[in-house]
Design a protein around this ligand. Structure first.
Ligand SMILES: [Zn+2]
Length: 169
């Protein structure tokens, strides 16, 4: 018997295959030759239904990811393009819906103003028109990166980058 650190090392023999095994008193006894007692906890007890579902979904996602990663790059590009088409159509549908709401607000507001001229309907009419104005489509493009402003590089702002590094650790 000899000691290593806090653990006590002793020799023993495997009850399954009689191979001599080194046993560290800090750890569970196991046999590297026949894997005896490698999993002393035994099979995992049955999990809840939600956990099982979560694992199934995670596995399915992993398999799909593997398929995507391992298929040829042309296939992957095709898949990406198809996905982009779908999300593009969806984006147009959502945008159309939003603009339809704006148009509806405008028409209703004008109708309220015209039909209720001088009456109490003018107030909701004006409100709806105001709302439509706030929701109006903006036809200007988003500023490109060059127009967005000055790009700070590391030498330009060493203290700021030091702070970022500190936070990022
Ligand atoms: Zn063994």
């Amino acid at each position: 018997m000899r000691t290593t650190g806090e653990g006590v090392l002793e020799s023993s023999s495997c009850p399954e295959c009689d191979t001599e095994i080194q046993v560290d008193s800090r750890f569970t006894k196991w046999c590297p030759a026949c894997d005896w007692n490698v999993d002393p906890g035994g099979p995992e007890e049955s999990r809840g239904r939600l956990e099982t579902l979560r694992r199934t979904l995670a596995q399915r996602h992993g398999e799909r990811l593997l398929t995507t990663m391992s298929t040829a790059s042309t296939d992957a590009a095709d898949g990406r393009r198809a996905r982009r088409d779908v999300s593009g159509v969806l984006a147009y549908a959502v945008a159309l819906l939003i603009h339809a709401v704006t148009a509806l607000l405008t028409v209703t507001g004008i109708w309220c103003l015209v039909s209720g001229w001088g009456g109490f309907l003018m107030l909701p009419g004006a409100f709806l028109l105001l709302l439509a104005w706030a929701l109006r489509p903006r036809l200007t493009r988003l500023p490109s990166d060059e127009d967005a402003g000055v790009v700070l590089r590391r030498p330009d702002a060493p203290e700021l980058f030091a702070l970022i590094d500190e936070v990022g650790v």
